[in-house]
Design a protein around this ligand. Structure first.
Ligand code: TYD
Ligand code: MG
Length: 463
């Protein structure tokens, strides 16, 4: 019998070394290398078996779109790309406590209500705890089959018996355990091996498999991102703990578009869908306050309006603070430098606080113009016009650049009752005409100085 082979694996990046070391040479992390035992492969004694021939085919041929089973929660189905695909594997990641188990129990219940067979394996919570949650969510009456188990061999043996399941949820992959691997549950080796076994089963079966994964502090799934590469879709459930909004975001999807989001609101009775997130993100906006501007943003294919808030506080002497919530701090630094250098807005003795209201995280450069407007509005203590939305990317020379999907943004603004939009100037050479909704006034901003001029008092403009 072959003796077990051991090797050393970095728990952060997955690099394999022959010797233990305090620091991983690949990713530079300290104290992340652990010994792992590989089970000797039970193969034909002595010699490697000859491989079978792989059939190669041409590209032309029938390719049916994957069949989909909509879950019945539109916000979730959108992010999935239309619904669950049989024999596919979805990883749902997120911080502990963000609401993954709640979301999946609700999804499971919805599927079960439509008459399909759903199995829910909880490795973290006892049957009683899951039942308690089900009662709170009002789904106790659904025909979900529940098990509390962590042994993957047992789980696979049971799943092999149940041929007709539509959905199997494993909550969470970090609690799963395979007896042929010596390391503890949650280590790279265990997570990888358990995922591999479960995914292999899903690929040969007809059910959709959902794996729940906890995210570590730095935003990666605990263990290296091994699981992300193995699955068909990766969805992240995120949100600010202080807010009731939760956003489900696809970061990988072999069966649909990524960068789609689903918006949910946390309630006593579980997650409620938010079909119109703009109204929600603008709900607490007070008009007529300097330092606030509305950004007409885009999340996936969906336009979302959000309020951007800037607060400036004098800080003579010390080094000024820049504090950002919901946006990129580096980008704020760039924008402040452009405002100062190109438009003369002095900021070197001012603390700048920037907040995207509602707890949304904005990643688009198109937010530049709205953020610049909020800052300029705060700097000159003059409110932005209450019915105006802003979008446009700001370049280093202060020019305002085109962004994608202007029409979708304008449409959403009109839908929510805004009457004007500040946007990049259309380039002269043959750009097709922008189809703006009727009644929406467009104000083209070619350069950051044009924006600042809207807020600066007359005296400043001349001097
Ligand atoms: P849970 O679903 O257990 O989070 P995760 O599986 O990601 O660790 O939710 C965490 C807690 O929040 C739990 O005590 C229930 C509560 N909660 C609500 O009360 N309402 C909600 O809508 C959600 C999503 C969670
Ligand atoms: Mg959970």
């Amino acid at each position: 019998m072959a003796k077990p082979v051991t090797r050393f694996v970095c728990q952060s990046c997955g690099a394999v070394t022959l010797k233990w070391a305090g620091k991983c040479e690949t990713c530079g992390e300290w104290n992340t290398i652990e010994e792992e035992t590989l089970a000797a492969r039970p193969g034909p004694a002595g010699k490697a078996s000859a491989g079978k021939r792989v059939a190669f085919v041409g590209l032309a041929g029938t390719a049916e779109p994957p069949p989909r089973a909509p879950v019945g929660i539109p916000e979730l189905d959108r992010v999935l790309g239309g619904g669950l695909v049989p024999s596919s594997v979805v990883l749902v990641g997120g911080d502990p406590g963000i609401g993954k188990s709640t979301l999946l129990l609700q999804a499971a219940a919805q599927l079960a209500r439509s008459g399909r067979r759903v199995l829910y394996v909880s490795g973290e919570e006892s049957i009683e705890q899951v039942r308690l949650r089900a009662r709170r969510l009002g789904v106790s009456d659904t025909a979900i089959e529940l098990a509390a188990a962590v042994n993957v061999r047992d789980i696979i043996a049971s799943l092999e018996q149940t041929k007709d399941a539509a959905l199997v949820v494993i909550d969470s992959i970090q609690t799963m355990w395979l007896d042929s691997i010596e390391s503890a549950p949650g280590t790279v080796a265990q997570v990888r091996a358990c995922s591999f076994e479960l995914i292999r089963l899903a690929k040969t079966g007809t059910f959709s498999l959902v794996l729940v994964g906890h995210v570590t502090k730095d935003g990666s799934l605990a263990g290296p991102r091994v699981v992300e590469h193995m699955v068909d879709a990766v969805l992240y459930f995120e949100g600010d703990r202080g807010h009731q909004f939760r956003i489900l975001r696809a970061v990988k999807n072999r069966f649909g578009a990524t960068d789609e989001i689903g918006v949910f609101e946390m309630t006593e009775r579980g997650l409620a869908e938010v079909p119109n997130p703009s109204a929600l993100f603008l709900a607490e906006r007070r008009g007529n306050i300097a330092g606030s501007a509305v950004f007409a943003g885009l999340e996936g294919t969906r336009p979302v309006l959000v309020e951007v808030q800037a607060l400036l506080a004098p800080n003579p002497g010390g080094s000024p603070r820049r504090s950002v919530i919901g946006w990129d701090g580096g980008r704020l630094g760039m924008l402040l430098a452009v405002l100062e250098t190109r438009a003369g807005v002095r900021m070197n003795q001012t603390d700048v606080y920037l907040n995207i209201a509602g707890g949304l995280r904005v990643n688009e450069p198109a937010a530049d113009l709205a953020i610049a407007a909020a800052i300029a509005s705060a700097a000159f203590d003059k409110p932005t016009s209450p019915g105006m939305v802003y979008f446009g990317e700001v370049g280093l020379s202060g020019e305002v650049r085109q962004v994608a999907q202007a029409e979708a943004r304008l449409k959403e603004a009109a839908k929510l009752g805004f009457d004007s939009a500040a946007l990049p100037r259309r380039l002269a050479h043959g750009n097709r005409k922008l189809a703006a909704p009727e009644g929406l006034r467009l104000e083209e901003i070619g350069h950051i100085t044009d924006l600042v001029a809207r807020f600066a008092p007359e005296s400043a403009k001349n001097g």
